[in-house]
Design a protein around this ligand. Structure first.
Ligand SMILES: [Zn+2]
Length: 229
């Protein structure tokens, strides 16, 4: 539903020539960071046409914000300002992010920022920054900014190994991985041992840890009807 809204907004753009899309998908820094890790996980090969379009729109919004000046060199990610990034470009960015995170996890420092121009200007009481560069370089710079800001919250999913952004007590990258882990734990426990469960219950009731006698209850030794002598 969220994506449908986004699509209709994107469709409402009045001037198709403008390179600036209203950045409403990203209302906060947090929403940028969450989007990036959602993007890392998405299987681009499995998307429907509509879903693919949505990811391409959002990827463009991720970069093209107010104050961004897009350069359009060959191989820069976009041919014209009206284009959306292609799925193969998105796949390349996923790979760049995955490799970059692994680089940092190994303690290396060779994920290098590609060059962009950052200008600062005073607007009254605030300084504003504008960025200029190719779509690709701007995209990578944004990823690096978010990784830097959120490094202490980035975890590897114990189920699938993918990096994710930890929110509150979250342990797995996604509900799907959380469910898989729960199922694996259940299977690892093995089949239920009803005899053992019964014994434990009886021991608990009796307040003893003494082993219970196995097998059927023995018949009473006393004869059913005592013979009068
Ligand atoms: Zn996972």
């Amino acid at each position: 539903m969220k994506r449908d809204r986004l699509r209709s907004r994107a469709g409402l753009q009045r001037d198709p020539a403008t390179t600036v899309i209203e950045p409403r998908r990203f209302l906060s820094r947090e929403s940028y960071a969450l989007w990036l890790f959602e993007f890392l996980r998405v299987d681009l090969a499995q998307l429907s046409r509509e879903q693919a379009e949505d990811w391409r729109h959002e990827a463009k919004q991720f970069v093209v914000l107010e104050g961004v000046i897009l350069e359009l060199p060959r191989g820069g990610g976009l041919q014209t300002g009206r284009d959306l990034p292609t799925i193969s470009f998105l796949r390349a960015m996923q790979q760049e992010l995955r490799d970059g995170l692994q680089t940092f996890q190994r303690g290396l420092d060779d994920w290098v920022r590609p060059p962009i121009v950052r200008r600062h200007a005073r607007g009254g009481r605030i300084l504003t920054e504008s960025r200029q560069g190719s779509f690709r370089n701007l995209f990578v710079n944004n990823m690096l900014d978010l990784i830097t800001e959120n490094w202490s919250r980035i975890r590897a999913c114990p189920q699938c190994g993918e990096a994710f952004l930890k929110v509150r007590k979250q342990q797995y990258c996604s509900p799907a991985c959380s469910q898989k882990a729960r199922t694996a734990r259940f299977i690892a426990k093995g089949p239920r041992n009803y005899r053992r469960e019964y014994e434990r219950a009886v021991q608990k009731k009796l307040g003893t840890t003494a082993p219970l006698k196995n097998g059927r209850r023995q018949r009473s030794k006393i004869p059913a009807r005592a013979q009068p002598s």
